[in-house]
Structure formats: structure tokens, C-alpha cells
Design a protein around this ligand. Structure first.
Ligand SMILES: NC(=O)c1ccc[n+]([C@@H]2O[C@H](COP(=O)([O-])OP(=O)(O)OC[C@H]3O[C@@H](n4cnc5c(N)ncnc54)[C@H](OP(=O)(O)O)[C@@H]3O)[C@@H](O)[C@H]2O)c1
Length: 390
């Protein structure tokens, strides 16, 4: 029987990769729901190709626009995730959460009760609201699998052995500017930051990779998912990006997980974690395996890493503030309003401002409070940034 699947953020990089896998295995899946923020042209194309009956367009302007242009009478178009109860009458089999940003938190939380398995790529929702997501997952007996490649690798390696872990290494490619001078980096354009040496990803995460902020986020994400102290995690630069995680056990064993730099692999393994299927993949790459080359990142080259020293082990609103400031700064860089180096300079400055101090220890009460903190932090960030001359 075909498994029912929903893809949140189907017009993005992870969403499209998930659709590619579904396309190659059409007899195994029936798509029940696709969602986008604004990309109505793409979602109409997707809903036609995969014969999807329900879509959500979150942005109200584009929701009204699509309602006017849609000619498919069988397609139901919604504007909000509050309609999930109407759309998903029975529990579906899989949900892929691939919305970008903290905006993905509420949709991710809301869909948990309607799905048997949930794959979460949206790291921001895990970082800011894991305690709420985890509680909802347990309450509804939903099976959770992390999709971010490092976390998927750790999950694959440790399964039930989490209490026996001595150390976990998250690898980082170092991004497109590894070993380049500060002077060079300060002149780079958004298009240069988007040219990741090994991965093809959405714009925001590509810039986060170049600043190493993505790895900071991944450490926070990992300590929450695996419920481990931050001091268990270490970041190592591995420019070849063949190994995604290394786990050292208390008994002296060290396990590593390697796969091609392609999000197809974690997504495919999520969709087939409970039944078998084959994926077309490259043979073992010996030139990548020989001389793996792993080394410590330099804080001088990647100042964003300093943020890790400021974090507590429990969930606080400080993490939401961190994500929100970074989000705004990346947006400003992508719009050519600040230089690349300004992203980490401003981040380290703004995170210390007095308005944020009281949030260092404050646990979020609910998702509404997280979203309120996000809006307030984004506004404040813009107040502190000086836009460069054109
Ligand atoms: N790409 C990767 O290889 C990768 C790897 C690991 C983890 N992740 C994580 O996975 C998530 C998605 O990444 P991505 O690279 O696929 O991002 P992306 O290409 O930017 O796609 C984001 C998706 O979310 C939708 N979206 C954005 N803002 C929204 C909002 N306010 N409300 C509703 N929908 C919204 C977008 O719709 P529009 O098309 O209308 O903008 C799009 O469908 C991120 O959290 C990222 O950190 C990505």
C-alpha cells in the first residue's frame, strides 16, 4: 500500500530533494500535503505533477493570488496550518519538515499529532523549541528522525547506545572561504558565499556554512536531540565532507559515518527506515577516504564559534535570540547591505546588548513566547546595524 506523506516547505532545497525521491518511487508514496510561503508557481507545478489535493500557502498575499490563478477545481488551497485537522483526517505515514527559519516551529509542532513518523530538517525549530516538540512527539507516540546530515549520522550510529558516548565529533567543510584572508573575505559578494564547495543548499544555510554559524547551530541541535552535555561535542574541519559524524564510545570504540555529500541519503533513509529499498549511489570513494584530513577550526577565522562559550545546557530564549539576530544579519548580507565579515562582528556585539541579558537563563513558556522573542530580536538587530554605502 502507498504510504501517505506531507512535505512542509516543498518548494525549497530539502523539499525538492524529497520530491525527487518520491518521483523515483511513485508506487510507494501518495503525497497528501505540500506547503510553501510564496512560491505559488512552483507549488502549482508540484501539485499537478504529483496529483496533490491539498496545499498551504502561508503568505496571505500569495494565498490570495494563487486562489485567483488556480484552475484545478480538485485542489484545496489553505492559508494556515490551523487547517491541518481538515486536511489530515487520519494519521499519515511520513512528514518532512523542511520550512526554513523559526517560522517552521509552529507548523512542525502542529503536524506531530497527525503523523506516524516525522523527519525534521528545520534546525531552527529544534534549537528554539525542542522541549515542546519532544513532549508532543512522546505524547503522540510519533517516531522522530533528524534529517540534518550530521544528526542523521549520529542517530544512525548510536541508536540505543547514547548513554555510552564519550565524545561526538561534528564535521564541517569550512565553507567556500576556508584559508582565505580576512581582506579577501570582506570583499566577497553574496553569490560567492552561496558557492558551497561540496553541498547544494538553500541560500540562508549556505551563508551560515561560510560563517560556521551553521555548525554552532548544529551543536545546539545535537545536544538537544541526543540529550547530552555540550562538552561531549567537538567540531572538526573536514574539507572533503565525506565523514559526517564520529562517535567515540566509553569502551574505546570509534565509529564514523560516511556518505556522498547529498541530502538524498538522509532523506531516503528516513523515508525507508522501516522497509527496505535501494538508492543509486556512488561507489566508495577511495581518494576521499585516503588522507581524510580533519583539523580544529580557527576561532580567528570563524569568530562565530565564540558563541558556543555563552550557551547553557538547558533550553533558553537566548537561543531564539541568537537564531533571530543571525537570520537578520544573513538577510542584510544577502541584500548587499552589510559585508560578509560584519555578520559575525555584529552577531557577537548584538548578542551582548543589555536588552537581551535577562533572556540568558529564561526558559520559554510556550511557542508563542518564542515567536514573540523572535520578532523583538529581529527588530532590535536592525536598530543596531549600520547599513553600508551602496
Ligand atoms: N538544504 C540543505 O541541504 C539542508 C541540510 C540540513 C538542514 N537544512 C535545514 O532545512 C531547512 C530548510 O532548508 P532549505 O535549504 O531547504 O531552505 P530553502 O531552500 O530556503 O526552503 C525553505 C522552504 O520553506 C518555505 N518557507 C520559508 N519561510 C516560510 C514561512 N515564513 N512560512 C512558511 N513557509 C516558509 C519556503 O517557501 P518559499 O519557496 O515560498 O520561500 C521553502 O519552501 C532549514 O532549516 C535548513 O537549516 C537544510
Amino acid at each position: 500500500m502507498k504510504k501517505k506523506i506531507a512535505i512542509l516547505g516543498s518548494t525549497g532545497s530539502i523539499g525538492k530533494t524529497t520530491l525527487e525521491i518520491v518521483k523515483k518511487n511513485k508506487n510507494d508514496f501518495k503525497i497528501t500535503l505540500l506547503t510553501t510561503n510564496k512560491n505559488i508557481k512552483e507549488i502549482l507545478k508540484q501539485s499537478k505533477e504529483f496529483d496533490v489535493k491539498n496545499i498551504i500557502v502561508s503568505n496571505f498575499f500569495y494565498f490570495q493570488k494563487i486562489k485567483k490563478i488556480n484552475k484545478n477545481k480538485n485542489l484545496k488551497i489553505y492559508n494556515s496550518f490551523d487547517s491541518l485537522r481538515k486536511i489530515l483526517k487520519n494519521k499519515i505515514d511520513y512528514t518532512m519538515c523542511a520550512i526554513s527559519g523559526i517560522e517552521g516551529l509552529k507548523p512542525t509542532f502542529d503536524i506531530i499529532k497527525f503523523t506516524k513518523n516525522i523527519g525534521i530538517a528545520n534546525k531552527e525549530s529544534i534549537i528554539c523549541g525542542w522541549s515542546f516538540i519532544n513532549k508532543e512527539i512522546k505524547k503522540n507516540k510519533t517516531n522522530f528522525i533528524p534529517i540534518d546530515s550530521e544528526h542523521f549520522s549520529i542517530w544512525s550510529l548510536v541508536k540505543n547506545d547514547i548513554h555510552k558516548i564519550n565524545q561526538i565529533i561534528l564535521t564541517a567543510s569550512g565553507g567556500p572561504f576556508l584559508n582565505k584572508s580576512k581582506k579577501f573575505i570582506n570583499k566577497v559578494k553574496p553569490i560567492d558565499a552561496l558557492k558551497h564547495p561540496n553541498w547544494s543548499m538553500g541560500k540562508k544555510i549556505s551563508v551560515d556554512s561560510a560563517t560556521m554559524m551553521n555548525k554552532v547551530f548544529e551543536v545546539i541541535e545535537a545536544k538537544k536531540i541526543f540529550n547530552l552535555n555540550q562538552n561531549k561535542f567537538k567540531i572538526l574541519i573536514h574539507p572533503k565532507s565525506y565523514i559526517h559524524a564520529i562517535v567515540k564510545y566509553e569502551n574505546g570504540l570509534i565509529k564514523m559515518l560516511a556518505h556522498d555529500t547529498n541530502m538524498n541519503i538522509p532523506i531516503f533513509n528516513f523515508l525507508y527506515h522501516d522497509r527496505s529499498n535501494k538508492i543509486k549511489s556512488n561507489p566508495i570513494n577511495l581518494s576521499l577516504l585516503n588522507n581524510l584530513s580533519l583539523f580544529k577550526p580557527s576561532v580567528k577565522m570563524f569568530p562565530s564559534l565564540k558563541v558556543l562559550n555563552k550557551l547553557l545546557n538547558h533550553e533558553t530564549l537566548y537561543e531564539t535570540i541568537l537564531i533571530s539576530i543571525n537570520d537578520e544579519l544573513v538577510k542584510l548580507f544577502l541584500n548587499n547591505k552589510i559585508n560578509f565579515n560584519d555578520i559575525s562582528l555584529y552577531l557577537l556585539k548584538i548578542i551582548k546588548i543589555k536588552e537581551f541579558k535577562k533572556y540568558i537563563y529564561k526558559r520559554p513558556i510556550n511557542i508563542k513566547e518564542i515567536l514573540k522573542t523572535m520578532s523583538f530580536s529581529k527588530k532590535l538587530t536592525n536598530k543596531y546595524v549600520r547599513i553600508k554605502n551602496a
